[in-house]
Every structure is written in structure tokens, then in C-alpha cells.
Ligand binder design. Structure first.
Ligand code: ADP
Ligand code: ZN
Ligand code: ZN
Length: 731
């Protein structure tokens, strides 16, 4: 009997062996039902052969095979197996992650059949007048004799289920099922929607990519916000779709706006499927199936849409490729951009990475020749670049965290009937609550981190672990009732601004005001309609939205970003700043950007403002090279957490010893730690980390592979919670 090696959704980095009974067939990539411990589980067959380390008598048999063919295309399968290995993550978790929830649960991987009512032979033959006394049934049978009726149309046609069931009981009608009809968009593919005349740079970009549509090529499409990148994507897609091939478009979590989707829908007379957070499980499965069958022409989605199967994929687009949401920050910590490039390579198709502020990693890949760069240097149409100002806050009288010069400028822009965006990356009312009499500050006991004061909800909330508690009426230390908010959050800013500009409509967009489903869309629509004139937002507001009437953008407090312990902070700030300034002055209106700081002379600001993002990136890459930080080297972060602040460092120390004892630990390997994480305590756990650095990614991979086998034998490994983060994006 053959042995199936089955991946299960359990946190163990191995497969499990099951006997395949005679007559059962299960190829790699098929789901099976198995008994695991005392539970029934859905598993995925990874391979089938005759070997097992266990005796046959110890093996259980597969209970059932759920699929006749692999659920994964050969290239997705290769991608997932490779990724499990590269990220050192359990194969079961990786494979299951790539499937829609209903498939993980064992539901059938085909479209649900549609049911319809039809008249039986007896129903066709019977004298309809015999139903005189049941007019509803008479009517229903008359309708069914004309033509069958889909079950979901019963009410539309003014029939009732009751009447149909009664007819069925008499043998006059019955239900039959049929698979949904799939019409082929390829047969009727034409362009709809208006097309703009591409400018020279756009046309060159489109031309370059078109000339290589039939093989792998990776393109960085670098263009300032509003330079017409989306227009370039649309042109490429046009060509890909007209060849009968499909397209995958990844967007950042927050970038999935109705506007973006509408542009794709308007342009093409072909099915555009969108994977967004509002879908339920069956809708997700339906999209997955439509992409796999070829019925969907375009799939747009966030990070995990990368794992959508396609019948005939022709191109992958990653919009805002630098966006941090492409990196999964828990469980399987994969980077969707990196995997997308891998996928494009293995499926031999072009991939386009678009951004106004490319990741340093991506720019590095351009330099070493892995990607090719296409630049859009001008704003499309007649939009002009924004004028930038730095406002030195030193010694200024501040009102609601704003210098008088900023308030004056706001008035000018508002009077000209334009919109203003104020950007403050701190939600809540105030980042701390302080006792004025004794200096006590409310702190999350589980994270050693100040509570943020949320006035509207009357509670304190920890932005690290999300725990909350009511605002204390008195200082727990000295009993004083004189508790004061310290610092400024978006909620407080909104309050001050309504006082300063009583007749101006405000909109605050942060995680607190948009947590309800659909709330963000609703607020953005209101902004577009012109309802709100002042927009207050956290970085949510920085990404990819197109507000034609915004002419002034101000960053209220950037000092925190200038002095961070994370070496990536400068890159993130530069991206944020450039993106945010890109919000000002689109569609022909002149824009201004104001940046408030106590450190106007800071070199990072100087370079960014006077020379732009590319100059900044150039400098940052040189700096990183001088200390061999990524992308000049490769990082793997190993983090361990415990409850007593002892086991985690101990475990990491042992790990360190193991790694350094490996024959692969050469002089270029650098191991930092164990040290406490930048956030040393979260939700009651102490967090420690070990950082590995090596100029060769491959070398680091081999070292890890050898050592991981040994790590799992350390007794400490079971006493702490630990995980690996390959190519981490946060320290
Ligand atoms: P990006 O994706 O780079 O932010 P978009 O493609 O959204 O830029 O373009 C920004 C604006 O400029 C949009 O309103 C778009 O319709 C317009 N636009 C783009 N390309 C052209 C063009 N060639 N001629 C005129 N307007 C254009
Ligand atoms: Zn006190
Ligand atoms: Zn906390």
C-alpha cells in the first residue's frame, strides 16, 4: 500500500504519514480527510510514495479523498513549497494559508450547482383545470410548462415555494440542478471606458513592457503620485486581456478603494473580481474558482490574493510596492512582493512594481540588474509639483500643535474653497494621561507602555496590546483628581480645529473612526463629494487616494520619525512624507506642503525636501552599504517571548551558541543578541531577539536549515514562544 505524506494545519514543521487504501487515489495537492489524534482533519497530500519511517501497522489510513486533481497549479505548488522552506514555516500552515477558508474546511472545490424547478412528464400532461381550486399551484404549473424556473427567481416571478412544493408532492414538478453557466469574456472582449492619450513617458513605459509580454521581466514603474501609473497598468492590462490572458493586481490593504476598482471596471468589458475584506467565505471561494476557471479576467486584491490560482495568467501588477502591508506580520511572515516576483518568474510572465517611493530593496534590485526601471517624472495632465515649506517649531506659540503660520495658511486655502489635509500619526486624544500633582503616568501594566487617552470613549487604551480600561477618576498614586492629557492625538486635534474653524466641515480618518465595516469608504466618498474641507488623518490617509481639491498638506509632528532606533525608520518616513506631499495639488491646482519640526536642519529632511526621494534613497543605500545593512546583506530575526524574562534570553543564547558552532558560521556571519526587542514587553510577555546577518542570503538559509533541526531538540524551545522572521521589515 502506498503512503501519503500529508500536510496538516498544525504548527509542526513536518508532514504526517497515512496509508492509502486500495482503490483510493490522491495526488500531491489534493485534500484528504484524516484522523489526527482524536480529531478529523482536512489535510493536503504533499507527496505519495512507498516509504515511511513508521511501521505500516502504526499508520492510519486516509478516510477520504476530497479532490480528484491538485488544487494548486504546478507553479503555485512549487512557490508554496519553496516559500515554506525559505521562511522556515510549517508546510501545513503555508498550504492552508493559500486556500480560501471554505476549502480549508473541506468544502467542494467547484461552483455550487444552481437548482431549478421544471414540470415533470405528468405535469406536462395533466389537465391544468384540475388545479382550479388551488390558483397559486395552477399559476405555478402554467409557468413551469412554459419554461423551467430557477429557484432564485421564484419570488421575482410571483410564484411561491409553497405552491411549488405542493405540486412536487403531487408529482407534477420537481427540482433539478445544473452547474452555473460560464460565459467566456474573451469572446466579447472590447474596451469600454474612455482612454487618455498617454504622454511620452507613459508611452515609453507601456512600449517597453509590451515588447516583453511573453516572458519573465520585472519592472519598477517609478512615478510620483499622480504621474499616471494606473493609466500605464490599464494599458498593459488591455493588451494582456486582448490576448485572452488574465491579470492579477495587488494593492495595499488600504488602497482598495472604490475609485481604484471603478477605474478597472469602467475600462474593461470583462469580469473584474475584487478580493476585499467585506466578502464572506462563499464569495471568496467563488472568486477563487472564477480565477481558476478563467472566468475572471482581472483579480484585484490585497496581500493574500497573490495565492489566487489562474487558468492563464498574463501579468502581475503590484501597486505601491513599497507598502508595508505586503509583509505579513504574524504567523507565516511572507513578503507578497517577493513571492510575486518569484511567481512571475516561475510562470514566465512580466511583473510591474509601481511606486512613487520604491523600497530601497527594490532600487537595489534595479541596480544589480534584476529589475528594470521605468520612470514617470512628470505629473500627468497639467498637475504641478507641490511647493514645500519647513516650519521651525522652536520657540513658537503653538495652538493645537500648530504654529501660527500654518493656521494662517490653512485659512488662505480654505477661503479659496480648497481642501486641507493635516497629518498626525497618532490616534486617540492624547498619547498619555498625567497626574499634574505627582507626575504619575497611566501605563499599560502588560507592556510598560503609556496608555493612550481616548476621550470620546472615556477610556485608556494600549496601542501595543489593545487592552483598555476606564479612565480613573483619581490618580491611583496620590489621589489627586487633576489628571491631564499630555501630547496631541487626532481626536484632540479634531476638537481644537472645530473650535478654530467653527464653520468648516471636518473629517477625521484614523483607525478609530473607520473601524466599522464600510466606514472608511463612506468617509472617503464624503471627502470626494467635497463635504469635508479639513481632513485629519493618520498614515491611513497617506496612501493612494486621489483628492482633487486638496491644495495644502501639513505634517504636524515629524520629530519622532527622525530619531528612531529602527534603521528602517528613515526610509519609512521618507516614503510617508513623499506620499503625503503627493496628496497636494493634483488635477491642475497648485499645492503646498508644510512640515513642522524642531529640527529643520536635520540632513534627512534637507535631502528629502531639496533633492527629493531618489536622492534620499541614494544616500540611504550608501549609508546601509557602509555598515552592510540590508539590502546589502540578508537578515533573519529570531524572536522569543516568555513570562519571566529569563527563559527567552536563555533559549536565544543557546541558539546563538548552536549557530556559532556550525561549520557554516564563517567570519561574515554576524549575530546580534540576545537583546530585548524594541518593544521589550507586550501583552504581559517579555520579548527578546537574536538578529542574524550575512551578506549571502543563500548562506544564511543553509546555516539556518542545519541549525533548526538542532534547535527543535533544545528543551528550552518548548518553554518559550518563538518564531523566525526572514527578511524582517521591523526591528
Ligand atoms: P498614479 O497612479 O501615478 O497616481 P493616475 O494614473 O491615477 O496616477 O493618474 C493621475 C491622474 O492623471 C488621473 O486623474 C488620471 O486620469 C490622469 N492622467 C493619467 N494619465 C494621463 C494622461 N496621459 N493624460 C491626461 N491625464 C492623465
Ligand atoms: Zn498623582
Ligand atoms: Zn499593552
Amino acid at each position: 500500500m502506498s503512503v501519503a505524506h500529508v500536510a496538516l494545519p498544525v504548527p509542526l514543521d513536518r508532514t504526517f504519514d497515512y496509508l492509502m487504501p486500495q482503490g483510493m487515489q490522491a495526488a500531491a495537492g489534493c485534500r484528504v480527510q484524516v484522523r489526527f489524534g482524536n480529531r478529523n482533519m482536512v489535510g493536503i497530500v504533499v507527496s505519495v510514495d512507498d516509504h515511511s519511517e513508521l511501521a505500516r501497522s502504526e499508520l492510519k489510513s486516509l478516510r477520504e479523498v476530497l479532490d480528484s486533481h491538485s488544487l494548486f497549479s504546478p507553479s503555485l505548488w512549487r512557490l508554496l513549497l519553496w516559500a515554506a522552506d525559505y521562511y522556515h514555516h510549517p508546510i501545513g500552515d503555508v498550504l492552508f494559508h493559500a486556500l480560501p477558508i471554505l476549502l480549508r474546511q473541506g468544502k467542494p472545490a467547484h461552483a455550487a450547482p444552481l437548482w431549478y424547478w421544471h414540470a415533470t412528464e405528468q405535469g406536462q400532461a395533466v389537465d391544468i383545470n384540475t388545479l382550479r381550486r388551488a390558483p397559486k399551484q395552477q399559476q405555478a404549473l402554467a409557468a413551469l410548462r412554459q419554461k423551467p424556473v430557477w429557484r432564485h427567481q421564484v419570488n421575482e416571478l410571483d410564484l411561491t415555494d409553497g405552491a411549488l412544493q405542493a405540486l412536487r408532492a403531487k408529482g407534477l414538478c420537481d427540482l433539478r440542478s445544473e452547474l452555473p453557466e460560464t460565459s467566456d469574456w474573451r469572446d466579447r472582449f472590447t474596451l469600454s471606458g474612455e482612454r487618455l492619450r498617454l504622454n511620452t513617458e507613459q508611452a515609453m513605459a507601456v512600449g517597453a513592457i509590451h515588447s516583453e509580454l511573453d516572458s519573465f521581466s520585472a519592472w519598477l514603474l517609478e512615478g510620483v503620485t499622480g504621474s499616471g501609473k494606473t493609466e500605464v497598468y490599464l494599458s498593459i492590462l488591455e493588451n494582456v486581456l486582448s490576448r485572452g490572458r488574465q491579470a492579477l493586481v495587488l494593492v495595499p490593504e488600504i488602497g482598495l478603494t472604490p475609485q481604484t476598482i471603478a477605474r478597472f471596471r469602467e475600462r474593461f468589458n470583462a469580469p473584474v473580481e475584487v478580493l476585499h475584506s467585506g466578502l464572506n467565505d462563499s464569495e471568496r471561494l467563488a472568486t477563487w474558482l472564477k480565477a481558476r476557471s478563467g472566468e475572471a479576467a482581472i483579480v484585484i486584491g490585497t496581500r493574500s490574493a497573490l495565492f489566487t490560482p489562474f487558468k492563464n495568467l498574463g501579468v502581475i501588477v503590484i501597486d505601491e510596492e513599497h507598502d508595508s502591508s505586503y509583509k505579513q506580520q504574524e504567523g507565516w511572515r511572507y513578503h507578497a512582493r517577493d513571492l510575486a516576483v518569484w511567481r512571475a518568474h516561475s510562470e514566465n510572465l512580466p511583473i510591474i512594481l509601481g511606486s512613487a517611493t520604491p523600497a530601497l530593496e527594490t532600487l537595489h534590485n534595479v541596480r544589480v540588474g534584476k529589475y528594470r526601471r521605468l520612470a514617470l517624472t512628470r505629473r500627468a495632465g497639467n498637475a504641478k509639483p507641490a511647493v514645500q515649506h519647513v516650519l521651525d517649531l522652536k520657540g513658537q506659540p503653538l495652538k493645537a500643535g500648530m504654529a501660527p503660520a500654518l493656521i494662517a495658511r490653512m485659512r488662505q486655502h480654505l477661503q479659496a474653497d480648497n481642501q486641507v489635509i493635516l497629518f498626525l500619526n497618532r490616534r486617540g486624544f492624547a498619547p498619555a494621561l498625567l497626574c499634574h500633582d505627582c507626575g504619575w503616568i497611566a501605563e499599560c501594566p502588560r507592556c510598560d507602555h503609556y496608555y493612550t487617552f481616548h476621550q470620546a470613549q472615556r477610556h485608556l487604551r494600549c496601542h501595543h496590546c489593545d487592552s483598555q480600561r476606564p479612565v480613573p477618576p483619581q490618580c491611583p498614586h496620590c489621589g489627586s483628581t487633576h489628571l491631564e492629557p499630555v501630547g496631541m492625538g487626532t481626536e484632540q486635534l479634531e476638537q481644537h480645529l472645530s473650535a478654530l474653524f467653527p464653520d468648516t466641515a471636518l473629517s477625521r480618518i484614523d483607525r478609530d473612526t473607520t473601524s466599522r465595516k464600510g466606514a472608511l469608504e463612506q468617509q472617503l466618498a464624503e471627502v470626494h463629494r467635497g463635504g469635508a474641507r479639513i481632513l485629519i488623518g493618520t498614515q491611513m490617509l497617506a496612501k493612494g487616494h486621489h483628492f482633487p481639491d486638496v491644495t495644502l498638506v501639513a505634517l504636524l509632528d515629524v520629530d519622532g520619525a527622525l530619531f528612531s532606533a529602527d534603521f528602517r525608520a528613515a526610509e519609512r518616513f521618507a516614503q510617508l512624507y513623499t506620499q503625503v506631499s503627493g496628496r497636494a495639488g493634483r488635477a491642475g491646482k497648485a499645492g503646498e506642503v508644510v512640515l513642522q519640526t524642531h529640527h529643520p536642519e536635520h540632513p534627512l529632511l534637507q535631502t528629502l525636501i531639496y533633492q527629493g526621494y531618489d536622492a534620499f534613497a541614494e544616500q540611504a543605500l550608501a549609508e546601509r552599504q557602509s555598515v552592510m545593512l540590508p539590502p546589502w546583506s540578508s537578515h533573519v530575526l529570531i524572536r522569543a517571548e516568555d513570562h519571566n524574562n529569563q527563559q527567552a534570553p536563555l533559549f536565544l543564547q543557546q541558539l546563538r551558541n548552536l549557530l556559532l558552532a556550525s561549520p557554516r558560521a564563517d567570519s561574515q556571519l554576524w549575530v546580534m543578541g540576545p537583546v530585548p526587542a524594541l518593544q521589550p514587553r507586550r501583552a504581559g510577555r517579555f520579548r527578546w531577539q537574536l538578529l542574524l546577518q550575512h551578506p549571502s542570503r543563500r548562506h544564511l538559509q543553509l546555516l539556518l536549515r542545519d541549525s533548526l533541526k538542532l534547535i527543535n531538540t533544545l528543551p528550552e524551545a518548548r518553554r518559550v514562544k518563538w518564531y523566525l522572521d526572514v527578511d524582517p521589515s521591523e526591528s
